[in-house]
Design a binder for this molecule. Sequence first.
Ligand SMILES: C[S@@+](CC[C@H](N)C(=O)[O-])C[C@H]1O[C@@H](n2cnc3c(N)ncnc32)[C@H](O)[C@@H]1O
Length: 333
Amino acid sequence: MTDVKKKLDYHGDREGVRRATPLEIAKYKASRIGSRSVVDLGCGIGVQLIEFAKVSKDVLGVELERKYIEFCRKNIVESNLNNVKLIKGDALDSNIIKIARNYEVVNSDPSRDKTSYTWELNNLSPNPKEILRKYNQEDFSFDIPVRFNTKLLSGEPELEYVSLGGEPKRLILYYGCLKKYELSAISLPSMERIVKGEEKIDVQYGNTPDAFIYDIDQVVSLSGLIGDFKKYVNKDFEVLEESSQRFLITSDDDIRSSFVLGKYKVLKGYNSLQELRKDLKNYYYGRIYIRFEINPKHYYNLKKDLEFNALGIDDIYIFKFDDKYYTSIKEEN
Ligand SMILES: C[S@@+](CC[C@H](N)C(=O)[O-])C[C@H]1O[C@@H](n2cnc3c(N)ncnc32)[C@H](O)[C@@H]1O
C-alpha cells in the first residue's frame, strides 16, 4: 500500500485517488444534498464523504476494501471532522442496510468495471440497481457514467449531467425528495445550468459555417438539451458537428456561456487542403491547429506541413465540414 499523499492532497494509493470523486463535484453535490444525514456506499478514500460531513449533521461511509477505509480514516482525521462513522463491509450486506436506515440519504459513486465497454448498472460496484432494490429507503443519489443509456434506469430519477472545466464527467441521479429538476446539464465550477423546458425547441443542422464557429461543451449534446441551450442563450445557431470528438455550432451572433469552450471567427473556405495550403502564403500566422477528424498518425505531419510559413503570431484553426476546409482564428469569449 503506497501512500501518494505528497503529490496529491489526500492520503490514498493511485487507484484510490484516480477513482475519487473530483473535489469540485464532491463540493457541489454536498451543497445540493445539504444538511441531511448521508450514508455513502463505497466511500473510497473519502473525498465525497468529507465534503458531505462539512455540511451534514451526520455521515456514514461504507467501504469494501480495508486499505481505502484506512486512507479514508486518515483523511477524516486531518479534516478535523467528528460527525463521520466508517464501516468496512459490503454495501449490500443486510447488517449494513439495517444501520443505513438511520440516515436520510443513500449516496453512491460506484466504481466502473474498466474492462467493460457497455454501460450497464451491472458493471458498477456497488450496483445501484441492487441498492435501490435492497434498501428500503426513498432518497437516493448515484453518480453513473455520463454516456449511460438512461432507458436502462430503474424508477424515474432526476437526471443531472455534470461537466467540469468543459469536460462531461458524470450523470448524477436523484431519487425521492432529492429531485429538483427532470433533466438538466450543469457546468462546474460556474454552476451554469440548462434545464429541460416544457416545449420542444427545434434545432437546425447545417454544413456551412456563419461568421463564428463555437466549440460547445459536449454535455449539452449528451444530455439531449441542444434545443434548451438554444432557448437559454437566446441566439440562433445551426449544429455543424455532433460527434464523440466534438460538438460544434455556428452563428452570426455572439454567444456567451460557460458551455462555450471556444469561439472561432471564420476567415475563408477552401475546396481542398492544397488550395488552403497555397493560400496560407498570404497569411501572417503562428501555429496551425487541426480541428477536424484525422488519423492521429497523420496529425503532426499535416500540422508541420501547414506550418511551413508560420512566422506570425495569430494561430490558425482549421475546420472541415462537408469536404470543405475553413480557416479561422480564436476569439476571446
Ligand atoms: C468510485 S469509488 C468512490 C470514490 C469516493 N466517492 C471518493 O470520493 O473517494 C467506489 C468505491 O466503492 C467501493 N466498492 C465497490 N463495491 C462495493 C461494495 N459492494 N460495498 C462497499 N464498497 C464497494 C470500491 O472499493 C471503491 O472504493
